[in-house]
Design a protein around this ligand. Structure first.
Ligand SMILES: CC(C)(COP(=O)(O)OP(=O)(O)OC[C@H]1O[C@@H](n2cnc3c(N)ncnc32)[C@H](O)[C@@H]1OP(=O)(O)O)[C@@H](O)C(=O)NCCC(=O)NCCS
Length: 396
């Protein structure tokens, strides 16, 4: 049956697995995840190979324009995206208030408001009303500005002044610069860049699907991205890396790993940084990030490797047949900690890369005129029931 366009609307409801697991809802040229093989790709390239060999901007170009850039396109795209890092004045002026209002929830919560404001300030129009070029310009502008918004919100929340972006630095180095105020060393910048590339896209994850659902209504790019940020913020999606590191802290020492984990799993709790909705083998991002972490070395890395080893054994024993391994979040947390990122910036850092994937998905979805509108099986009291007479007294 065709996925798009000519498929007839089913007359009877179609039952699908819980959580839509494995349900194919559209076609995409952006990439896919092969859960059983432990492989994922951006367009036709292995995402891990891209992370190991190319720059963030190259992969951004691949996602937005369909091909890796040649030398001239590379320079042009890097210049174009660097120029888009700067904030419009209306947004810059509002950031202190947004940071103050979201101080308890953190920069990712603030980003939702800031992105909304950015879209309004730039005059974003519904994707339904604009052509592909204009949509791409909006998606590029929004993606480019997210790191600036996040780092400024973080710094304001800490009582620090935001640091202006530098156009002469590549994406990841500029990100760390805006966060800390000092230019990072090459090793740290490259480690973060590899992490960022590896999280740009990952199949039809919840936030990508959210972005595409909103796009299918014809809403503007900022609206689509704000929804995606909300979906990403949940601990079952992007909210886990700092929690995975908190778990390492809570365990504390190698002799406590076994009892600590056993107790939690037997109590029905989930161990953060383990398990994945699609991978039934090692998460390839986890393998790559473990390698990067081991390149840095040190006590934390050795401890994390030992926790991974023991947790996998315990989960295999207590949850037989489930194939639970580390996911991207486990070593992402370790790498970010080693690179000096504050924990409250772990999920925002994830968002600053994933926004490129969301942008590419928005552009692709906007080409499809069909609104995404599934159904739910009603299980409440059998209707119609007569509406009871309103109680006496003043209306509320
Ligand atoms: C990622 C995650 C949401 C995937 O969930 P899912 O595909 O719905 O997996 P399921 O809930 O079907 O899990 C299957 C079984 O393994 C268990 N399980 C899954 N992840 C687990 C974990 N991290 N720790 C302990 N048990 C886990 C579930 O409890 C379930 O057991 P049950 O069948 O006895 O109820 C889940 O693994 C999880 O919550 N992990 C921790 C949070 C995390 O790391 N999130 C980042 C994701 S990238």
């Amino acid at each position: 049956m065709p996925i798009n366009g000519s498929a007839a609307v089913p007359t009877a409801p179609v039952e699908v697995p819980r959580g839509l697991a494995g349900v194919v809802v559209t076609e995409t040229q952006l990439g896919d995840v092969r859960g059983r093989e432990g492989f994922y790709h951006y367009r036709q390239y292995s995402a891990v190979e891209l992370a190991q060999t190319r720059s963030f901007e190259d992969v951004w170009h691949l996602m937005f324009h369909g091909a890796l850039p040649d030398a001239a396109q590379r320079a042009e795209f890097a210049g174009q995206t660097a120029a888009l890092r700067h904030l419009p004045e209306e947004v810059r002026a509002a950031l202190p208030d947004i940071a103050r209002a979201s101080v308890l929830s953190g920069p990712l919560a603030g980003l939702r408001s800031a992105l909304s404001l950015f879209g309004a300030a730039k005059g974003f129009r519904p994707v339904y009303d604009i052509d592909g070029e204009r949509r791409r310009a909006d998606a590029l502008a929004a993606s480019a500005v997210v790191p600036t918004l996040l780092t400024a919100l973080y710094r304001l929340g800490q009582g620090l002044e935001p640091v202006e972006p530098r156009d002469d630095l590549p994406y990841a180095a500029n990100y760390l610069y805006m966060l800390t105020g000092s230019q990072p060393g090459a090793e740290r910048a490259r480690a973060v860049e590899q992490y960022l590339i590896s999280t740009i896209d990952h199949g039809f994850n919840a936030s990508t699907f959210t972005a595409r659902v909103i796009t299918s209504t014809g809403a503007d790019v900022a609206a689509c991205l704000v929804g995606a940020v909300g979906a990403l913020s949940g601990p079952l999606h992007g909210g886990a890396p700092s929690r995975a590191l908190d778990t390492l802290d809570a365990i504390g020492t190698p002799d406590r790993i076994d009892p600590w984990i056993r107790e939690r799993v037997l109590a029905g709790e989930r161990i953060m940084g383990f398990g994945h909705p699609v991978y039934r083998t090692e998460d390839p991002r986890s393998r790559m990030l473990r390698g990067i972490a081991q390149g840095f070395g040190g006590e934390l890395v050795e401890f994390a490797v030992e926790v991974e080893r023991q947790v996998e054994l315990i989960l295999a024993e207590l949850k037989p047949g489930r194939e639970l391994h580390t996911n991207v979040e486990f070593y992402a947390g370790v790498v970010m900690e080693l690179c000096g990122l504050p924990r409250e910036m772990f999920t925002p850092t994830f968002a600053s890369a994933r926004v490129v994937g969301w942008g590419a998905n928005i552009l692709e979805q906007a080409e499809d005129s069909k609104i995404i509108r599934p159904a739910a099986r009603y299980v409440g009291p059998v209707p119609p029931v007569s509406v009871p007479v309103a109680p006496e007294g003043p209306a509320a």
